[in-house]
Design a protein around this ligand. Sequence first.
Ligand code: AMP
Ligand code: ZN
Length: 467
Amino acid sequence: MTIRLTNTATRTKEEFVPLDPENVRMYVCGPTVYDRAHLGNARPVIVFDVLFRLLRHVYGAEHVTYVRNFTDVDDRINETAQKRRAAGADGTLEALIRERSDETIGWYHADMDALGALRPTAEPRATGYIAQMIAMIKDLIKEKHAYVEQGHVLFAVDTWKEGYGKLSGRSVDDMIAGARVEVAPYKRNPMDFVMWKPSSDDLPGWDSPWGRGRPGWHIECSAMAYDLLGDDFDIHGGGNDLMFPHHENEIAQSKCAGHGFARYWLHNEMLQVEGKKMSKSLGNFFTVRDLLEQGVPGEVIRFVFLSTHYRKPMDWTEKKREEAEATLRKWRALTDGVAPGAVPAEVVEALSDDLNTAGAIASLHKFAGEVDAPALAAGAQMMGLLTENMSEWWLSEADTPTDGFVKKAEFWINERADAKNRKDFARADEIRDKLADIGVMISDTPEGTKWVLNATSDKIGEWEHLE
Ligand code: AMP
Ligand code: ZN
C-alpha cells in the first residue's frame, strides 16, 4: 500500500516513504492552552487523527509515534492566573498558572475525545522542555545564527538566507517587504524572531544564561520535536495559518542547530465563517463544547469535517450537520450488532491518496446501499466513525435493536414467506410495503428474495412499524 501526501515543502503529491517503517514519526503543533478549543481548532485534530489511524493501519499501531504539544507558556494563561490571584485565589502565581493550564488541557481532552480522536503517543507541555530549549538556543548562538540583545535572544534570519522562506515559497526580501513583523530596538533585522525574552518579576520565568526569562513560541516546537522524535522525523503537521512564520521559524532553528527535522509537511486549510478564518481574535467563533452542549453528537461533527478534503477551506453549516446526522443514524441502524469485517481496500486506498476522506465516505455510502454491513462498519471505524465510544447519542435515542439490522430484515422477509405459504397474501403484501417504508426494498428473484437498502428513507431502523 502506497501512501501519497501533498508535501507543502515541495508543493507536490509525493509517495510517502518513512525513514524507519518500524518507527514512523509525526509531530503536529498543538493548542495554546488558555481557553476552550474553538471549532476550527478541531480541524487539525481530526485530520491528523485520520492520518495517524492510516499510518497505524499500514505500519502497525506500535510502529507509529505521534507527538502533539501543549503550549503552556502564554500571556493569556498568565492573565487568568493573575486575575484569580487578585480575586483572592490561594497559591503562588506559578501554581495558579499550572491550574489554568491543567483545567484547559482537561477540557481539550474531553472535547477531542468526544470527536473520536485518539490520544497522540506523547503530549508534551512546553514548560517540561525549558532545558532542551535553552540547550538549542546555546547551540544557535555558538553557530552565530543567534545573538543576545537586551536580555532577548534572537534568531538572525540573514544567516540562513538560503533556507528561510522555502517552505512557504517566499524570499527573505519579499517577506521583509510584505510582512507585518514587529520592529523592535533589540532586533538587528525586523525579520529576526525571538527565541528567549526576559520576564518581569510578576511573570513566570526560568533561569538562563541570558537572565531570568521565558521561551518564544517557535523554539518550543523545535526542542520538543527534537527531544521526542530525534534528529530527523517523517511528518510535520498543522494548520496553514502556521506555515509562516511559525513553521519557517521551527525549520530555521532546527536546521541551523544542526538537526534534520521533518521531511513531509502537511497543512490543513481553515474552517471559515462567511469566508473568514474562524479565530478567537476575530471573535467569529464558537467552541466544540458549545456544539456538544447543543446536542450535536461528536460523531456528527467528525463526519462533517471528513466530508471536505483537508486542503480545502470549509464552513460549518446547519445543513451539513443535518445530513451527517441522518446518514450516521442509518449507518448505525444498519451496522448495529454486526461484527466489522476486514477493512475494505477501497477505503484504505482513498485515504492513502492524500487523505481523500470524501472518497472514503463515498465508498461507505456504497456499502450501505449494498447492505454490506461488515464492510461499512470496518471502513467507518478505520476513519474513527461508528465506533463504540461515540455510540451513546444513537443508543440513547433509538429504541436499541438488540439484533443487527440485517438479521431483522431477514426475520421479516421470512415472516413474509411464511404468510405466502399460508396463502395469507394480504399479510405478505403488508409486510413488503411496511419494509419498503422503512427502507428495506425487497424483490423476488429466481434465486430467492433479495433486498437493498433505500438510503433515502427517513424511517430506517423503525422496526416497530412492522409489529
Ligand atoms: P492555536 O491554539 O491558535 O495555535 O491553534 C491550534 C491549531 O488549530 C493549529 O494547528 C492551527 O493551525 C489550528 N487552527 C486555528 N484556527 C483554525 C481554523 N479556523 N481552521 C482550522 N484550523 C485552525
Ligand atoms: Zn509548532
